[in-house]
Design a binder for this molecule. Structure first.
Ligand SMILES: Nc1ncnc2c1ncn2[C@@H]1O[C@H](COP(=O)(O)OP(=O)(O)OP(=O)(O)O)[C@@H](O)[C@H]1O
Length: 569
């Protein structure tokens, strides 16, 4: 808990004014609560017993003022405290998202999107009350307790002793309950993340689910997570709701003692009825803030668990670090020397030696899982080599500024990413929109014809998954996007797989034309796409087993011949 506040206290200095207003509200509420208990004494003694008429007119005004002050206090406290809580969570959520985006590809490959969504939305919501409301409630309840304790002691120190003596008895069971709450909060949050993960997985794979009629299986899987969530929430309710009856039972012991001792004092005339009633009222009122404090402590456990998970992510730092050298004006070559790549313990690439020069197109072929995409992962620095070096001109790739490296690389993969925005914004993604250039690259990618026919041409809005486009049209958009920034390295990973033969050969021609001043890497299963490549690297089990032109490979490389024959069967 200490750590939690250490982490969030620095935020508070930006909200001095809001805290000031909230504090006034808190004082009004705490003061008015004690005032209400106090008012019972003159009400009974002066009005009912002494028949004081002045009091009869003053008391109603006093009560109205008291409740008005309390209502006003509660309102401004609630408003300003919420403001602080909402604003801090907004900032933490922004920070967390920005931080997560800087993490390695490896992180995203291991974490489910749904889990990340759950942390950024649900976990941060959970800390919102803790950074604001709980603090305010804590201060308010403590002040109220002080006010009421002061009042009971003022009325009768002896009775106060009997009324308050049982309080320490409550500490042990309450702390047990709090510990249990902490454990349950963790569980409940984990199962909540499972639910989000399961949902996002299902919606992302809806095509496969429908095509295989697995709706029932998926909804059953979801039900299990949902049931677990229910189970832990109910356990938490069971624990949390025990606080109140427990406090009341312990409290009843105190009341019994007070009635016995206080009642006999009233009978013997030592205490007036008014003082005794005011005392009892204050004691009654006292138990409710104490109860609230302990349930606050339990709720705080939930926030601590969420914060622990948030910190887990905030404490992760990227291992793919940027160098300082800007990407060269002109690329001359990229070379791999004795390169190895491991994903955790699995060696995906070994002994890679390859050099590509400006103007060359290198094709990467081989069976699935051979390591082709892994080589691309190294060029764009989604991963770093485990051994060996990759150089661009004479500069180590790792010494280059990552942003400038990626600005000079365009990659088109089989999976096309479309953003919910206009076609021109999709093409110029990350750069200013130059409509002339957008049209130029759309023409190069043979996409302009179908886009012209759309209602608003290049200003037509695409939906997030590009569902208003065919697979081939989406790929052309992706190719146009890759060409837009005129990269020095162009990577096409199965980029033309969704195109028909005719379109593919047209696009291949375009790529041949644009690649004269670049280094181009092409991964393609359709070998017709790569026949013009400068050289073809044949991958098998993470190694390049042959590398040459197609003609030579057909003469010398058994593995290529096998692939070639397979493709032409
Ligand atoms: N992020 C990763 N973590 C762990 N293993 C991985 C990861 N990415 C790839 N692999 C493994 O590395 C090996 C090479 O994968 P890679 O994607 O480079 O093959 P590929 O030749 O591009 O295959 P395909 O033609 O199917 O795209 C495979 O066995 C794959 O399971």
């Amino acid at each position: 808990m200490k750590e939690f506040f250490k982490q969030y206290t620095p935020f508070y200095k930006n909200y001095k004014l809001q805290f000031f207003y909230a504090f006034i509200g808190i004082i009004l509420v705490a003061g008015a609560t004690s005032g209400t208990a106090y008012a019972i004494q003159p009400l009974l003694d002066d009005i009912f017993i002494n028949k004081d008429e002045d009091m009869l007119y003053m008391m109603p005004i006093f009560v109205i003022l008291l409740y008005t002050a309390k209502g006003f206090g509660r309102y401004i406290q609630a408003y300003y405290i919420s403001f602080i809580g909402q604003d801090i969570t907004r900032i933490v959520r922004d920070r967390l998202f920005a931080h997560v985006l800087t993490l390695d590809m490896n992180f995203f490959q291991k974490k489910h999107g749904g889990e990340l969504v759950s942390r950024i939305i649900n976990d941060i919501n959970r800390i919102q009350s803790a950074v604001s409301n709980y603090i305010a409630e804590f201060i308010r309840e403590v002040l109220t307790i002080f006010g009421l304790v002061g009042l009971v002691i003022y009325h009768s120190p002896e009775l106060a002793f009997y009324g308050l003596i049982v309080l320490p008895l409550a500490i042990y069971p309450l702390s047990k309950l709090a510990k249990r709450m902490k454990k349950l909060s963790f569980k409940s949050q984990e199962t909540n993340a499972d639910i989000t993960t399961s949902l996002s997985e299902s919606f992302n794979n809806i095509e496969i689910i429908k095509a295989n009629s697995t709706e029932k299986i998926e909804s059953n899987k979801f039900s299990i997570h949902n049931k677990n969530f229910f189970k832990y929430n109910m356990k938490a309710v069971k624990t949390n709701e025990l606080t109140s009856p427990l406090m009341e039972m312990i409290g009843s012991l105190a009341f019994a003692a007070v009635i016995l001792v206080g009642g006999s004092k009233v009978i013997s005339g030592e205490l007036t009825t008014g003082v005794f009633s005011s005392f009892i009222a204050a004691l009654f009122m006292l138990y409710s803030p104490i109860k609230r404090l302990s349930s606050l402590y339990n709720k705080m456990q939930d926030a601590l668990a969420a914060n622990h998970r948030i910190n887990e992510m905030l404490n992760q730092s990227p291992t793919i670090l940027s160098g300082n050298t800007q990407f060269p004006e002109e690329i001359k070559s990229i070379s791999f020397k004795d390169v190895f790549l491991k994903y955790d313990d699995f060696t995906a690439l070994s002994n890679i030696n390859l050099e590509a020069k400006k103007g060359e197109t290198i094709a990467l072929v081989g069976d699935s899982g051979g390591g082709k995409s892994s080589l691309i992962n190294l060029i764009i620095r989604f991963y770093d080599t485990s051994k060996g070096e990759v150089k661009l001109n004479d500069e180590l790739l790792n010494d280059l500024d990552i942003k400038s490296l990626r600005e000079n690389i365009s990659i088109v993969t089989q999976r096309v990413y479309i953003f919910n925005d206009t076609i021109s914004a999709n093409i110029a993604y990350g750069y200013d929109i130059d409509e002339k250039r957008v049209i130029e690259v759309l023409k190069q990618a043979h996409a302009y014809d179908f886009i012209q026919k759309m209602p608003q041409g290049i200003n037509t809005t695409l939906d997030e998954f590009g569902t208003n486009l065919s697979g081939g049209q989406r790929q052309r958009i992706a190719i146009a996007r890759a060409l837009y920034k005129n990269p020095q390295i162009l990577i096409l990973d199965e980029a033309t797989s969704a195109l028909d033969n005719e379109s593919e050969s047209i696009i291949s021609q375009v790529i041949d034309e644009v690649s004269v001043d670049k280094i181009t890497f092409i991964i393609a299963h359709r070998l017709s796409t790569i026949k013009n490549a400068t050289k073809i690297a044949v991958f098998k089990d993470g190694e390049i087993v042959c590398m040459d032109t197609e003609d030579n490979l057909l003469k010398t490389c058994e593995e290529y011949k096998r692939l070639y024959n397979l493709a032409n069967m």
